[in-house]
Ligand binder design. Structure first.
Ligand code: PEP
Ligand code: MG
Length: 318
C-alpha cells in the first residue's frame, strides 16, 4: 500500500465512484513545501513562521519573498492563513494584555483586527504574490460575520494599495474552528469561496477541553460526534457554491477519511509527508457507503464508538 501511494502520489485522489477530493499539505515554513510530495495544493500555510523569534514584525518585502517562495515551490494553489497568534502564542512586538483564558482571548483574527497595520502589511504582501500565482487568503478564528466583513475590507484596501486591480486567482475563505461559525455557516457562505475546518481548535472549543492537555486527550478526540455534527452543519450551510475543506489533524487520520467525505468534505489538507497515503485512503472510499458511515457516526455516543464503527466497516467492507 505504501508503494502504491508513492507511485500514484502525483495523480488526483478520486473515490471509487468518481468523486475527486483535493489533498493538500499544511506548511509551517517555506522549507515544508519541499516535503509536500504529491500534494495537490497547500491547503494551509501557517504564516506565523515569519513572525516568530523576531524583535519586530517582518516587512512587506520580507513577507512577499517567503510567500512567493512557497507559491513557486508548490504545483497548485496555496492557501495563506493570516497571522494566527495571541495570548497562547505571544510575540514581543505584539503585546496582549494578560488574560485568564488565552484560548478564549484576543487571538487570531481578533488580534489582527486590533492591530490593523500588521494585517495591512501582510495582506499587501499576499496580494502582490496573488498577481502571479493562484492564491487563497484565509482568516483564522472567525466567530462573527462582522469580523469577516472587516477582514475583507482590509483585503480590499490592500488590493487598492497594490494598485493593479483585483488578482484574478485570489479567493477568500475562513477557518471554521469556533462552534458558532459552524452553526452560522449559511450566514458566512455568501461572503466566502471556501470554508476550511480547523478540527484542532474546533474540538477544543466544542468539548471545552484544552488542546495539548494530556489529561484531556481522550475527551478531546476530533471524532467526537459533537464535532462531526458541526462539520455536517458547516457543509449544510456551505450550500453548492462553497467548498468545504478540513485542515485540522483529523484530515490526516486515514480512518476518518470516509466519514469526512461522507459528510461532504471535498478537500483534505494534511502534514506534508502524509498527502500520498491520504490520497490512497480517498481512493478506497465509495461515496454511498461513506454517507452511510457518516450518518451512523452522527448517532454514536462518543468518539470511541465512532472508532469502533470505523474498524468494523474496514473488516466487513475490506
Ligand atoms: C486547527 O485549529 O485545526 C488548525 C488547523 O489551526 P492550528 O492548528 O494552526 O491552530
Ligand atoms: Mg486553529
Amino acid at each position: 500500500r505504501r508503494d502504491d501511494a508513492r507511485r500514484r502520489a502525483h495523480e488526483p485522489a478520486v473515490t471509487r465512484d468518481g468523486t475527486t477530493v483535493l489533498v493538500g499539505a499544511n506548511l509551517g515554513s517555506p522549507e515544508d513545501a519541499r516535503a509536500a510530495h504529491g500534494a495537490d495544493l497547500a491547503g494551509l500555510v501557517r504564516t506565523e513562521f515569519g513572525f516568530l523569534d523576531r524583535r519586530e514584525a517582518p516587512t512587506v518585502d520580507e513577507q512577499e519573498a517567503s510567500y512567493r517562495a512557497i507559491a513557486e515551490a508548490m504545483d497548485g494553489r496555496i492557501t495563506l492563513r493570516t497571522l494566527d497568534v495571541g495570548g497562547d502564542k505571544p510575540l514581543d512586538y505584539l503585546p496582549v494584555a494578560p488574560e485568564a483564558n488565552p484560548f478564549l482571548g484576543v487571538r487570531g483574527i481578533r488580534l489582527a483586527l486590533a492591530r490593523p497595520r500588521i494585517l495591512a502589511d501582510q495582506l499587501t504582501a499576499i496580494v502582490r504574490v496573488a498577481h502571479d500565482h493562484p492564491l487563497d487568503v484565509m482568516f483564522p478564528m472567525i466567530a462573527a460575520v462582522d469580523e469577516l466583513t472587516a477582514a475583507r475590507r482590509a483585503l480590499d484596501e490592500a488590493v487598492e494599495a497594490v494598485g493593479r486591480g483585483r488578482p484574478a486567482g485570489l479567493r477568500v475563505g475562513i477557518m471554521v474552528e469556533v462552534p458558532a461559525a459552524a452553526l452560522k455557516a449559511a450566514a458566512f457562505a455568501p461572503h466566502v469561496d471556501f470554508f476550511s475546518i480547523g478540527t484542532n481548535d474546533l474540538t477544543q472549543y466544542t468539548l471545552a477541553a484544552e488542546r495539548g492537555n494530556d489529561q484531556l486527550a481522550a475527551l478531546a478526540d476530533a471524532l467526537d460526534p459533537g464535532v462531526l455534527a458541526l462539520i455536517a452543519a458547516t457543509v449544510r450551510g456551505a450550500g453548492d457554491d462553497v467548498l468545504v475543506a478540513v485542515c485540522g489533524e483529523l484530515a490526516g487520520d486515514e480512518a476518518a477519511v470516509p466519514i469526512l467525505i461522507g459528510l461532504g468534505v471535498r478537500e483534505l489538507s494534511v502534514a506534508p509527508g502524509a498527502a500520498a497515503t491520504v490520497k490512497e485512503a480517498v481512493r478506497d472510499v465509495d461515496l454511498g457507503s461513506a454517507r452511510d458511515v457518516a450518518a451512523a457516526a452522527l448517532t454514536c455516543p462518543d468518539a470511541g464508538a465512532v472508532r469502533a464503527l470505523l474498524s468494523t466497516e474496514r473488516t466487513v467492507g475490506g
